[in-house]
Ligand binder design. Structure first.
Ligand code: NAD
Ligand code: ZN
Ligand code: ZN
Length: 363
């Protein structure tokens, strides 16, 4: 099977012929239908983060179950599934408390040490599966707790977006932060993740819904998806503009880029009592600075959101229903379809700030 491999950091992806094993015990072999390009992979390709190499990249996918291991009862061959990197062990204290997105019990859902690799390259070298998924591949071999079964009538080229970007952005609003109807919200960064936060805020009944980006195309799309106001951070001082527009600041801000400067902006645009939620993946090792007195005297909160604090087997089917009943607009978020061998073009567009989401078609 063909897969997009990262062999060095920094580096781009190469399309290689790879071997994939048969499913053991709790594993599922998936025929990938579509995979979305999320910015998180790009952070590794650019050298902002490190991961085990060589690796099959990609982590936002939907496909069909092809074969299951002997202990799998949740799905059967032919079922349609979305994968999620929040692979839950189901037994640790985080999982039992419903915080599956921060389960750290990775060993419980991996192959035991010394087993044959799930995926290897043509020379027989083991390939890491990025985010324990490796979605830029014609087939994926994953633990059964990495998938949710979905409805027949959900198109998979939209379903794949729910695998990361949509669940992250919407979960940040619905689960991590739980905004109230009527509240003043600002989303900074209108890529696939930020636009999903915008849609969740619209669905949750945000009052003022301000979006900041630096490209006009993204801001136009943000308006179409529910923004009441847009601010081009390339033209104006976003903090001053938003403070003025809102008469003091917003109740909730969401940072969906991954830069120290914009995380600090998300804090500065808060009104007294506000909450800033960081979704963006800042380069590893980067710290943020916020004035200490504001934390207590102004009762402001800074929180992080890992994969939208999801409980994905509950959340993803809900998002599918919201798509099918017309509330969650995903067709508008798919900017382009590409074959796997043009995947680097999709990442080049992302580096230029173009495209809400690029989707790779395997079928
Ligand atoms: N927390 C999580 O679990 C999680 C999950 C998925 C993605 N992420 C992270 O979320 C971030 C967004 O991902 P994405 O796929 O939507 O990325 P993207 O590249 O599609 O979108 C980023 C957007 O930010 C805009 N932008 C860039 N610099 C800006 C600036 N200075 N001011 C305003 N706007 C600016 C770009 O124009 C673009 O529209 C990334 O850092 C990604 O790694 C985090
Ligand atoms: Zn767990
Ligand atoms: Zn992602």
């Amino acid at each position: 099977m063909k897969a997009a491999i990262l062999n060095e950091i920094p580096g781009s992806l190469t399309i290689e012929d790879c071997q994939i094993d048969k499913p053991q015990n709790n594993e599922i072999l998936i025929r990938t239908a579509n995979a979305g390009l999320c910015h998180s992979d790009l952070h590794f390709m650019e050298g902002n983060w490190q991961t085990r190499l060589p690796a099959v990249m990609g982590h936002e996918a939907a496909g069909y179950v092809e074969e299951v291991g002997s202990d799998v009862s949740y799905v059967k061959p032919g079922d349609r599934v979305i994968t999620c990197l929040s692979i839950f062990c189901g037994t640790c204290r985080h999982c039992l408390a419903g915080q599956m997105s921060v389960c750290q019990n990775f060993g419980a859902t991996a192959r035991s040490k010394g087993s044959s690799p799930r995926v290897s390259n043509s020379g027989g070298t083991e390939l890491a599966q990025f985010a324990r998924l490796g979605a830029f591949a014609e087939q994926m071999l994953v633990h059964q707790n990495a998938v949710v079964k979905i409805k027949e009538d959900m198109p998979l080229d939209k379903a794949c977006l729910i695998g990361c970007g949509v669940t992250t952005g919407m979960g940040a609003v619905f689960r991590t932060t739980r905004i109230e109807p009527g509240s003043r919200v600002c989303v900074i960064g209108a890529g696939g993740v930020g636009l999903s936060a915008v849609q969740a805020a619209r669905i949750a009944g945000a009052g003022r819904l301000i979006v900041v980006d630096i490209t006009k195309e993204k801001l136009d799309l943000a308006k179409a998806l529910g923004a009441t106001d847009v601010v081009n951070g390339a033209d104006v001082d976003a903090v001053e503009t938003i403070k003025e527009m809102t008469g003091g600041g917003v109740d909730y801000s969401f940072e969906a880029i991954g830069l120290k400067a914009t995380v600090e902006q998300a804090w500065k645009i808060l009104d007294v009592g506000g909450t800033a939620t960081v979704i963006g993946m800042m380069p590893f090792g980067v710290s943020v600075e916020i004035p200490g007195y504001e934390i207590f005297m102004q009762e402001k909160t800074l929180k992080g959101s890992m994969m939208g604090s999801n409980q994905f087997r509950t959340d993803m089917p809900r998002f599918i229903d919201m798509y099918l009943d017309g509330r969650l607009l995903l067709d508008e978020m798919v900017s382009e379809h590409l074959p796997l061998d043009r995947i680097n073009d999709g990442y080049a567009s992302m580096q230029r700030g173009e495209n809400a989401r690029t989707v790779v078609d395997f079928e």
